[in-house]
Design a protein. Structure first.
Length: 141
C-alpha cells in the first residue's frame, strides 16, 4: 500500500511539474530574469504548492501518517555554513540550467540530452559532496 501511495504521489508531482512548466528551462530562467524578460507565471505555481502544503503541515501535527511509520523530525533551524553554501550552489545550478532535482527527473520523460546531463551532474555532485565537505575542514555533507 505504501509503494502504491508513493507511486501515485510521484505521478501527481511529475504531472504537476510538466503542466506548470517547471520542466521548461526557458520558463524557469524567465522567472529568474527579474531585470529582463521576467515571466511571473511561476509565482502561481509556487502559490499553488505553498497553500496545500501549509494545510498538509497542519495535519502532520496530529497523530501518525496514514501509510504508517512516523513523520521525520523537524530540521535544525540553525543557519550554518553547510546550509548557506548548499543553498547558493543549488540556486546557481537552478539559474544556469533552469532545472532542479524534481523537474530534471520529470524532464527525462520527453527526451532531450540537457535533462540527462543535468541529472548525471547532480548525481555526481551528491556523490562527491561528503568528500568535498571533509576536504573543506570538516563540513558535514
Amino acid at each position: 500500500m505504501r509503494l502504491l501511495l508513493a507511486f501515485i504521489a510521484g505521478g501527481l508531482f511529475g504531472s504537476g511539474l510538466l503542466i506548470s512548466g517547471m520542466t521548461d528551462t526557458r520558463k524557469v530562467q524567465g522567472w529568474l530574469d527579474v531585470f529582463g524578460a521576467w515571466d511571473p507565471t511561476l509565482a502561481f505555481v509556487m502559490g499553488g504548492a505553498i497553500v496545500p502544503m501549509a494545510v498538509a503541515w497542519r495535519f502532520t501535527r496530529r497523530g501518525a501518517p496514514l501509510a504508517g511509520g512516523s513523520y521525520p523530525a523537524p530540521p535544525d533551524p540553525v543557519l550554518d555554513r553547510r546550509l548557506v553554501v548548499g543553498s547558493i550552489l543549488f540556486g546557481m545550478g537552478w539559474g544556469l540550467a533552469g532545472l532542479c532535482p524534481g523537474p530534471s527527473i520529470a524532464s527525462l520523460s520527453y527526451g532531450g540530452s540537457g535533462g540527462l546531463v543535468f541529472l548525471a551532474a547532480m548525481i555526481a555532485g551528491m556523490a562527491l559532496a561528503p568528500a568535498v565537505g571533509r576536504a573543506l575542514g570538516g563540513v558535514r555533507a
